[in-house]
Design a protein around this ligand. Structure first.
Ligand SMILES: [Zn+2]
Length: 344
């Protein structure tokens, strides 16, 4: 299944936020899938609209602190959004933010995020039923227990896992994070929990790992808490990315089998990505397709149910990566690839 929300004509520009998050990430991806005649004919087998649900504070409390949730639902909400999206710089000036251009109140970002996060939970439930689901949204892997961080207001991935654990639907989960930035929130929020195993392959340097290692460890900066498997990739090692990912997956295989896998499928390592802080990793479309097929095949061979979330991907071209992967995977799952080519 592919989950998409048609009633989400949201643009960050409406809030005066000038971060290059484009609607085309979801819209154009879906458009490409529906323009394929075979997929269009079979759309009832793979297309699912996002339910019009919003996560409650009860869901959020499974991952975040009471104080943070109270701020999010109270007068502190705008301050939390400004902090999470980095809209004020160190000198106290607006940064990539122009409130005079806003046509909607900033607090609406919270409700939009909570609907987006509900899509991740829907996607996980669908994956448990069908084996595969891709949410064209979600992936807020930087959110910490008591604050938003790096454009991530709440940690939809862990909220989904905790909810399904509380319901008795799953016991163990893996999180495979291929976004350009380290899945630091995921690592910090699961550090003492053997029921959630985390793998993150990411830029060796740059945000959120741009501090001095020894100083940050002393400061107990949660971004430096290790994932179960961390694969830092230096700018000069980019051509080894998929080889190193493959080794990481082999290592993941030594952990107990999970009931559900979440893939944080950020495409900001793409060479056409427009977010400056993802510049240290510049993979080609071919390398990213290889990456996505590598992860998918690894999970398929082990018959593990998998839920994907989009995470990072900035500017006008991220849809190229998502649509390439989804065209391949949907046709494969629907048996639309001729037998002789099935191993492609
Ligand atoms: Zn990212």
């Amino acid at each position: 299944m592919v989950i998409y929300s048609p009633d989400q004509p949201i643009s960050f520009k409406d809030f005066g936020i000038l971060i290059p998050i484009s609607n085309s990430k979801a819209d154009r991806t879906l458009q490409v899938l529906l323009e394929d005649p075979e997929l269009y004919r079979h759309r009832d087998k793979w297309y699912q609209e996002r339910e019009n649900k919003i996560l409650s504070s009860q869901h959020l409390l499974r991952v975040h602190s009471k104080e943070y949730i109270e701020r999010l639902f109270g007068n502190g909400v705008e301050g939390e959004i400004i902090q999470t999206f980095g809209l004020i710089d160190e000198e106290g000036k607006y940064h990539r933010y122009n409130p005079s251009k806003a046509v909607r109140p900033l607090s609406e970002v919270r409700d939009w995020v909570l609907k987006d996060a509900a899509g991740t939970l829907q996607c996980c439930r669908s994956a448990l039923g069908t084996g595969f689901c891709f949410n064209l949204g979600g992936g807020m892997h930087h959110a910490q227990r008591d604050r938003g961080n790096g454009f991530c207001l709440v940690h939809d991935i862990l909220i989904s896992i905790r909810t399904l654990q509380a319901e008795g639907q799953i016991q163990r989960a893996w999180v495979i994070d291929v976004d350009a930035h380290k899945g630091d929130g995921t690592a910090a929020l699961t550090v003492d929990d053997p029921s959630v195993i985390t793998l993150s392959i990411h830029m060796a340097k740059g945000w959120p790992l741009d501090g001095d290692l020894e100083v940050e460890l002393q400061n107990r900066d949660p971004s430096y808490i290790p994932s179960d498997i961390d694969i830092p990739v230096g700018a000069e090692e980019a051509r080894m990315y998929n080889t190193r990912l493959s080794r990481g997956l082999e290592e993941l295989d030594s952990y107990l089998r999970p009931d559900l896998v979440l893939v944080v499928d950020g495409v900001d390592p793409y060479e056409k990505d427009e977010l400056a802080s993802a510049d240290l990793l510049n993979l080609s479309l071919e390398e990213l397709i290889e990456r996505d097929q590598l992860v998918y095949r690894f999970l398929e061979e082990r018959k593990l149910p998998v839920a994907y979330v989009t995470a990072g991907g900035y500017g006008a071209f991220s849809w190229e990566v998502y649509s390439s992967f989804l065209l391949w995977v949907l046709k494969k799952r629907l048996g639309l690839i001729p037998l002789l080519k099935r191993e492609d």
